[in-house]
Design a protein around this ligand. Structure first.
Ligand SMILES: Cc1ncc(COP(=O)(O)O)c(C=O)c1O
Length: 380
């Protein structure tokens, strides 16, 4: 086993008695970053006044490292607590005229759809959902979304990597198309940092992504990248003292009395990834999740979803359920898996099919999926 392929659960404080197979939902923070964060909090409590005087400079340093990781211009990169906040701030900045339409796909994250609905309602506009099949290739995705765009479109909101279907969307082509049509784009890159290199470089009007997912930074750390033409009107969701700061990133820095330790500690996780030889390890993990998903599907007598362009480290394994369970029944199933099988998994539903979306991060190895394959059939 080479250095980048040996699983490294020792770097995390995750319960070793549990199979952790859903990094994609809430991430997991390495020990080293937890220690940095604990030290920052101890410093806060030793002298809150001194701590808050130091926060501005520390946030600047953190932002610069996070923007460099994304390979994006730091002048257009603001900190937000999560991708939901990023999408909401983008929608609040855009002109949404009565009678216009906000376009999304049926892969969009549920809460992002709700955000679009809220802004549509407030502006007498509408939401239009484009149905894109799970198996669609890039050209089909662009053609289907393109067919829904016209001069009434207030914005296209599109996933870079979707949540329910772990599918990579052709952002560059979509952004180019939208530019020719003069349609503003909001790219929901919640899963993109650390899974896609330079995820914000495609020139979208707004891009948002989470550091608390694949880069394993502390929750709640996310970024909002804003194209130059929108930087003046893009405002943080909380009105605070930097309301009239003309610089976009600084305007988002101070959000009142707030726990800034995660934002300041976040770069430590980027250093952990670097030491894990992340790009090569990610490629290795793609192989691990490919094989692991097949083993689980075989044990269940189902198959791995045929996603044309799957995310590097997530796969969908179909579950042999009789129809889509209610949210309560789905939750009850996950609780049984957690309690009886000592495994953490998530369920997703798409087009009437139910899947478990399996993840692979640096703490996972092939054995994890073999164990899930042994255990999961006992509950079905
Ligand atoms: C595609 C997508 N968008 C948005 C979100 C929301 O992220 P957050 O809960 O960090 O706001 C998620 C979370 O999983 C997601 O997968």
């Amino acid at each position: 086993m080479t250095a980048f392929s040996a699983p490294r659960p020792d770097l995390w404080s995750l319960d070793p008695g549990v199979l952790h197979l859903n990094h994609g939902s809430y991430g997991a923070v390495p020990r080293r970053t937890l220690e940095v964060m604990a030290a920052l909090r101890a410093e806060t409590e030793a002298n809150p006044m001194r701590w808050f005087r130091s926060v501005g400079d520390r946030l600047t340093a953190s932002r610069l490292e996070l923007a460099a990781f994304l390979r994006t211009d730091p002048a257009g990169f603001a900190l937000v607590p999560n991708a939901s906040a990023g999408v909401t701030a983008a929608l609040a900045a855009l002109p949404i005229h009565p009678g216009s339409r906000i376009v999304l796909t049926n892969h969009a994250y549920g809460a992002v759809l709700y955000a679009a609905e809220r802004f549509a309602r407030a502006n007498q506009a509408e939401v239009a959902v484009v149905n894109v099949p799970l198996e669609a290739d890039d050209a089909t995705v662009v053609a289907m979304i393109g067919a829904a765009l016209d001069d009434r479109t207030a914005a296209l909101i599109v996933d870079q990597i979707s949540s329910a279907t772990a599918m990579v969307f052709p952002i560059r082509q979509l952004v180019e198309l939208c530019k020719t049509l003069d349609v503003p784009t909001i790219v929901d890159g919640a899963h993109a940092p650390a899974l896609i290199d330079a995820p914000a470089e495609d020139g979208a009007d707004f891009w948002t992504g989470n550091f608390h997912k694949w880069p394993a930074s502390p929750r709640a750390t996310a970024g909002l990248v804003v194209a130059e033409k929108w930087r003046t009107e893009t405002l943080p969701l909380i009105v605070s003292w930097s309301e009239y700061d003309e610089r976009l990133p600084e305007r988002f820095d101070m959000q009142g009395t707030f726990d800034y330790a995660p934002w300041i500690a976040a770069p430590e996780s980027l250093r952990v990834l670097e030491e894990l030889d992340w790009p090569r390890r990610r490629m290795h993990l793609s192989g691990v999740i490919d094989e692991g998903a097949k083993i689980v599907a075989k044990a269940l007598g189902t198959s791995v979803a045929e996603v044309a362009h799957p995310a590097a480290t997530m796969r969908l394994v179909e579950l042999p359920f009789d129809g889509v369970p209610s949210p309560e029944a789905g939750e009850a199933f996950k609780i049984r898996v957690s309690r009886d099988l000592k495994a953490e998994i998530t369920l997703t539903a798409f087009d009437g099919r139910v899947f478990t979306r399996l993840s692979a991060h640096a703490y996972n190895g092939p054995k994890d999926y073999e164990l899930l394959a042994e255990r999961l059939p006992t509950l079905l």
